[in-house]
Design a protein around this ligand. Structure first.
Ligand code: NAD
Length: 378
């Protein structure tokens, strides 16, 4: 395990939304908070647009619902154009990670000279005048907690990452009732995404005790509640537990971030058009197993929290974590999702090039390691 004294000494900064409200029915309280605002622009999607009425906002409200999942640049630019025409003083993201990432960009850029390509990278956004409220309706990305947004580049199909303190929410509202309608398949895949955020930060070469605490809480919540949330979408306690796990995962992303797992998942998401959560779920057991020998204690804590049996080698970690994902109903083999053997080496080069993540992995990962993982996941 990494030297904890050294990791404790490394300076890090943790940003969180100014206000956080959690609990069943909590979304109704957003109207009171939003009273000072006159013009409210809500970013939503078809499954979440019905929740706007539950908030009972006063003021002039415009809701944009024509957003595809995992939006690319032209899709985000269409939302920006609508916001420019409307001129909001408050932007609300009411949806999963796709919606919340766009709400961040819209709040920061609708009244700015800067375009999205101008702000790709870290710390490029000049400022933000509109307020931002984030209301997650899936439990996975933790986007409501963080300062990052991802937009697909339509030419390269790579995800462009924008990171800025000016995309942090003024308020995040975690209301588990908004996730009752999430289908079981989306619940399981997004739940593993939340788990992967916590696990990849916990086992990261940049791991820090401050973030390890949140990561462990998130992993334990997934262990207690994900199977229940998948089995019964109306289980309020399980849905609330998963919302909190997702939020903790979001906190892990800012100061530490993910590592090999997410780097390997990105090409699957963009090339096979797999939802972000599913791509991560397919890769998760493989990277957990790959890293086990360099992070045995932390891997042991993770598998115990997930209720998995003891293991003594990499193959057993893989078998058990794979079984866990399968029991959640996730269709694991890449071959079931349209992958061809001939694709794997170019995807491995692509994953290896995501240096901002691959370099965080606790066990160095070369292109040949990545090809082997894709082959095992085939
Ligand atoms: P999503 O937002 O694309 O939603 C998945 C599907 O579920 C969509 O079809 C959506 O319409 C539907 N849905 C959402 N809420 C629902 C509800 N309450 N009931 C029924 N259906 C509902 O998926 P996601 O996994 O939440 O987000 C993925 C996106 O988030 C990707 O673009 C990914 O790159 C991004 N992401 C961002 C961060 C970050 O730090 N900002 C982290 C991870 C992922």
């Amino acid at each position: 395990m990494a030297d904890s004294t050294l990791s404790m000494a490394r300076p890090i900064t943790l940003l969180q939304p100014t206000r956080l409200t959690i609990g069943a029915g909590a979304v109704a309280g957003l109207a009171e908070w939003a009273k000072p605002f006159q013009r409210i622009f809500v970013v939503a999607m078809a499954p979440t647009v019905g929740f706007v009425d539950r908030i009972a906002l006063s003021g002039v409200v415009e809701t944009f619902t024509d957003l595809p999942p995992e939006p690319d640049l032209p899709a985000v630019e269409a939302v920006l154009a609508a916001a420019r025409a409307f001129r909001p003083d408050l932007v609300i993201g009411l949806g999963g990670g796709s919606v919340m990432d766009v709400a961040k960009l819209v709040a920061a850029l609708w009244d700015s000279e800067q375009s999205i390509p101008d702000v790709v990278g870290v710390g490029k956004i000049n400022g933000r005048r509109s307020a931002l409220a984030q209301v997650p309706t899936t439990s996975g990305t933790g986007s409501e907690a963080g300062i990052r947004a991802l937009v697909t580049n339509p030419q390269t199909l790579a995800k462009m990452a924008v990171e800025s303190q000016f995309m942090l929410a003024d308020i995040a509202v975690l209301d588990p009732e908004l996730t009752y309608s999430v289908p079981a398949a989306v619940t399981s895949a997004t739940g593993i995404d939340a788990l992967a955020h916590c696990v990849e930060a916990f086992t990261n070469i940049k791991a820090h005790p401050l973030i390890d605490g949140y990561a462990r809480l998130g992993i334990e919540l997934v262990g207690r509640f994900l199977e229940r949330a998948v089995a019964d979408g109306g289980d309020t306690e399980a849905r609330a537990g998963m919302m909190l796990a997702s939020y903790y995962g979001g906190l892990c992303l800012g100061p530490v971030n993910t590592a090999g797992g997410h780097a390997l998942a990105y090409p699957l998401g963009t090339r096979l058009k797999l939802p972000h959560g599913l791509a991560n779920a397919i890769i998760f057991p493989h990277v957990l197993a790959f890293n086990a020998k360099v992070q045995p204690e932390k891997t042991g804590l993770i598998t115990a929290a997930l209720g998995l049996d003891g293991w003594t080698n990499e193959a057993q970690v893989l078998e058990q974590a794979h079984g866990y994902c399968q029991r959640l109903g996730i269709q694991m083999g890449l071959r079931h999702h349209g992958a061809q053997q001939g694709d794997l080496s170019s995807w491995a080069e692509e994953a290896f090039a995501i240096k901002r993540l691959i370099d965080n992995n606790p066990r160095p990962m070369g292109v040949s390691d990545i090809v082997s993982i894709y082959q095992n996941a085939f």
